[in-house]
Design a protein around this ligand. Structure first.
Ligand code: NAD
Ligand code: DAU
Length: 344
């Protein structure tokens, strides 16, 4: 992409969004990022702290992606040349408790953003970041993997809301010829992940001398990819993907949950007694696995962070960033926006 590009990144204060912004700005993938984020419980402006003093390269807008006035204002004010849509309610357990915010942000938010991108001068490309969970669940004893042509079969309210969003994106391409791309990625891990998800929750508990809750029999399988490998795939899709296409992203790294937790217990010097089996998640999908052949062959993208190295680096990051973890655990991070921008 040319040097004079402004990328609108929604959900930029979350886990993957903030890693994407850090790479995009430090490696100069674009010249400027406009971050739009509502700063929900999962949005942490501390994740973007290094850029908040660089107005030529970075602007932060606190706002709801489902609010058309806010979104129209961002498009009119910043004229983005591309949109990367990460903003979402992202935690399956929360969607089981209360699906309403998932419909608001994931479905309505995507619809509002699509409309604004289409109406903006030049109709900038919109890359919609989705999940492998839309494809459903695979059997433990099969070698089947998810691929782009697999029919959708979402099984949690979270997955259903992401599937609805994906269909809206596909519909915008077919109905309006809008320039859109969808990525469906597997489970991410790495720095800045909110400790409600398995890996950061386990690390936090292990470092604090507490036990890690493992759902059910611990044999559910997830296909883990380092967040930086995912972000590089998003960039490759944005820059080289074909309009209207879907790309499945994964690192071909299937791990049983119990194996992940045991590896983390070892890395933190804790033993088997740090693990506690708890009641299973309702409707718990058994196995996810991605076949990333299309992204590899069409885009030349390859994941390059080996699992063992990535996991050890991740544990190191949480060990070295105890104040980040403590701010998240205590809720102190919620004051960060007011400290930087003043209460509104
Ligand atoms: P996250 O929960 O860490 O971050 C979500 C961000 O979106 C937060 O900063 C939050 O404040 C913001 N947000 C929520 N509602 C908003 C709204 N209405 N308006 C504006 N901003 C809002 O999520 P994540 O793990 O970084 O996931 C990012 C995206 O990637 C999501 O779309 C998710 O579905 C997808 N995804 C995640 C994974 C994963 O393993 N984490 C894997 C595949 C795909
Ligand atoms: O597959 C991609 C998806 O991965 C993303 O779309 C979601 O946004 C992301 O949250 C993630 O969903 P999962 O439900 O797979 O992630 P989670 O970290 O919640 O759980 C991973 C596995 O670990 C899952 O099988 C449930 C289990 N688990 C989770 C937690 C939080 C436990 O056993 N104990 C726990 O405490």
């Amino acid at each position: 992409m040319s040097a004079s590009t402004t990328w609108l990144v929604t959900g930029a204060a979350g886990f993957i969004g903030s890693n994407f912004v850090r790479l995009a700005l430090s490696e100069r993938w674009c010249s400027r990022v406009v971050a739009l984020d509502a700063l929900t419980y999962a949005g942490n402006l501390e994740n973007l702290a290094q850029w908040t003093g660089e107005p030529d390269r970075f602007a932060f807008v606190r706002g709801d992606v489902a609010d058309p006035n806010t979104v129209d204002r961002v498009f009119a004010g910043h004229k983005p040349s591309a949109v990367i849509h990460f903003a979402a309610e992202s935690h399956v357990d929360r969607s089981i408790e209360d699906p309403a915010p998932f419909i608001h942000t994931n479905v309505t938010g995507t619809q509002v953003l699509l409309g604004a991108a289409r109406a903006a001068p030049g109709s900038p490309r919109m890359l919609h970041v989705s999940t492998d969970e839309v494809y459903g669940s695979l059997a433990l004893d099969s070698t089947e993997r998810f691929h782009e042509d697999r029919p959708y079969d979402p099984r949690s309210p979270y997955a259903a809301s992401k599937a609805a969003a994906d269909f809206l994106v596909r519909a915008a391409f077919h109905t309006h010829g809008q320039d859109v791309i969808i990525t469906n990625c597997s489970n991410n891990y790495g720095p800045y992940q909110f400790p409600e998800k398995l890996i950061p929750l386990a690390i936090m508990n292990l470092l604090r001398g507490e036990r890690v809750p493992v759902y059910g029999d611990g044999l559910n399988v997830r296909d883990w990819i380092h967040v930086e490998d995912h972000c590089r795939a998003v960039r490759a899709c944005l820059e080289h993907g074909r309009s209207g296409e879907t790309y499945c992203i994964g690192a071909e790294n299937e791990q049983a949950n119990i194996a992940v937790v045991r590896a983390l217990a070892e890395l933190t010097g804790r033993g088997e007694s740090a693990i506690r089996y708890v009641r299973d998640r309702p409707g718990h999908d058994r196995r996810y696995a991605i076949d990333p052949a299309k992204a590899r062959h069409e885009l030349g993208w390859e994941p390059c962070i080996p699992w063992k190295e990535g996991l050890a680096d991740t544990v190191r990051w949480y060990r070295e960033n105890t104040s980040w973890l403590e701010n998240v655990r205590t809720g102190e991070f919620l004051n960060f926006y007011d400290r930087l921008y003043g209460a509104q």
